[in-house]
Write a protein that binds this ligand. Structure first.
Ligand code: PGA
Length: 251
């Protein structure tokens, strides 16, 4: 690729973190001040911490994102949070379609597309997660699954500043298992071709993150794979030291 996109290392804290966790965030900020990685850094804490984290990270080079949004801007949706509210709280990005949302909340590709549309409406960068389950992989249905997820959830119009794809094999999330670099190269190459087919200009510059059991020990190998433009990190993003070690793969 002529212009390699600037990598993004994003941390998904999931349902972890209390007000006291701001100290971990401060360690990340101090770490990047002393040795900034050649990558964008994003932390997605639970919604209860968004406003505080956004205030603490102002001007630091770390940006703050959310983990989900409702498709509608407001209304009678008890317990839900809209993309506009996330932006109002200081988020600049939102994850949509994470496999835990797909599994636990039965979100469909159509729901994910609506959420991606809401994120665009609120001017949030969308991190759209896709990936196959263990049984889909074993049945040789991985690329078919990914193609269907892209067909059914990718917004019609996208640009590299506002869309990031995260390829996360479901069986690799939180398990310590990862695909081989060769598998990742194949899948990321496949996703890149799908994006290019839809938009020749934008498709080459959209960042494709790898996610699923990324840690300081395997990050160098996984992030060196062609068409891997960063990582979506779960468990290892909860410790500043580990998150920084992953981000510093990019120097
Ligand atoms: P993990 O999670 O790094 O803990 O496997 C990744 C994710 O769910 O985004």
């Amino acid at each position: 690729m002529a212009n390699k996109p600037r990598p993004l290392v994003a941390g998904n804290w999931k349902m972890n973190g209390l007000q006291s966790s701001v100290s971990e965030l401060e360690k990340v900020i101090a770490g990047i001040r002393s040795r900034p990685p050649a990558a964008d850094l994003l932390i997605c804490p639970p919604a209860t911490l968004l406003a505080r984290f956004a205030a603490v990270t102002q001007g630091s080079g770390v940006t703050i994102g959310a983990q989900d949004c409702h498709p509608e801007p407001f209304g009678a949706f008890t317990g839900d949070i809209s993309a506009e509210m996330l932006a109002d709280a200081g988020a600049s990005a939102v994850i949509v379609g994470h496999s835990e949302r797909r599994n636990h909340h039965k979100e469909t590709d159509g729901d994910v597309k609506a959420k991606a549309g809401a994120a665009a409406r609120a001017k949030l960068m969308t991190i759209l997660c896709i990936g196959e389950t263990k049984s889909e992989r074993e049945a040789g249905a991985t690329t078919a699954r990914i193609e269907r997820q892209l067909n059914d959830s990718l917004p019609e119009k996208f640009d590299p500043a506002s869309l990031v794809i995260a390829y996360e094999p479901v069986w690799a999330i939180g398990t310590g298992l990862t695909p081989t670099p060769k598998d990742i190269a194949e899948l990321h190459g496949f996703i890149r071709r799908q994006l290019l087919d839809r938009d020749k200009a934008a498709g080459g510059a959209v960042r494709i993150l790898y996610g699923g059991s990324v840690n300081p020990a395997n990050a160098r190998e996984l992030l060196a794979v062609e068409n891997v433009n960063g990582a979506l990190v779960g468990g290892a993003s909860l410790k500043a030291e580990d998150f920084l070690a992953i981000a510093r793969v990019y120097q």
